[in-house]
Write a protein of this length. Structure first.
Length: 233
């Protein structure tokens, strides 16, 4: 009787082990499938984000990202400036040499703009404007209009060093006035159009009112201090 009982017990244990092994295998396969599905989902989301947030030709952030960034800044109280860059002569290149040559010109221009921008935090604030192949934004945070104009001149000089030209407009937000992203963009675009009317290859801006108690003589000193602070950041 005891022997038979032990034999039955051994069979029960063996059956239990087989069942547990089967469950463990199924759980392992289920976890593997879940992991594979998660990786595939992350890859799909990454692809969607890449297509939505970054321009395929230039690698710059898109208009949607620009609007999101400016809208966020407008909810704060830190002033910022918008540099609106419109390349000169792209249509002539497209007409004479084809759109592939125009695309190469755009890529060359973006490399030059990146070189002029330099700071990582500023590079993250470069955007391509909508579907306009030759128009770009640089949102310069915590910047006065005077410093932003100097930075725009720096961009123009770097573009000239690779044989390119641009019409550039600069506008600022003072951190207090109620404005929308569209209004800030329009203000910078109007100055860019002024640059085109003035012969292209130049920077134009709307002069800002001086802070109370500040004179014109003090502006260069203040700008140099602002530039030094930005470079040290």
């Amino acid at each position: 009787m005891v022997v038979e009982y032990l034999a039955a017990f051994d069979v029960l244990i063996a059956g239990s082990l087989v069942t547990l092994s089967g469950l463990t295998l199924r759980n392992h396969l289920a976890l593997s499938r879940m992991k594979t599905e998660r990786i595939e989902l992350e890859n799909r989301l990454g692809t969607i984000q890449q297509q939505t947030c970054f321009d395929a030709l230039t690698g710059l952030r898109t208009q949607r990202m620009f609007e999101a960034r400016v809208s966020t800044l407008l909810r704060g109280c830190e002033p910022f400036a918008l540099i609106y860059i419109d390349l000169d002569g792209l249509k002539a290149v497209n007409d004479a040499r084809g759109h592939s040559a125009g695309d190469e010109l755009i890529r060359l221009a973006v490399r030059a703009i990146r070189t002029a921008v330099r700071r990582r935090t500023d590079l993250e604030n470069l955007f391509r404007r909508g579907t306009a192949a030759d128009e770009f934004f640089w949102v310069v945070e915590r910047s006065s209009i005077t410093l932003a104009v100097q930075l725009a001149e720096q961009v123009l000089m770097t573009l000239r060093s690779v044989g390119l030209s641009a019409s550039i407009g600069v506008a600022e937000w003072d951190g207090q006035t109620i404005q929308t992203c569209e209004q800030v963009e329009l203000a910078a675009e109007q100055q860019m159009q002024r640059a085109k009317r003035d012969g292209r290859g130049c920077v134009r801006w709307k002069p800002a009112a001086l802070p109370p108690g500040q004179t014109l003589d003090a502006v260069p000193v203040a700008v140099e201090a602002e530039r030094a602070e930005r470079n040290a950041a």
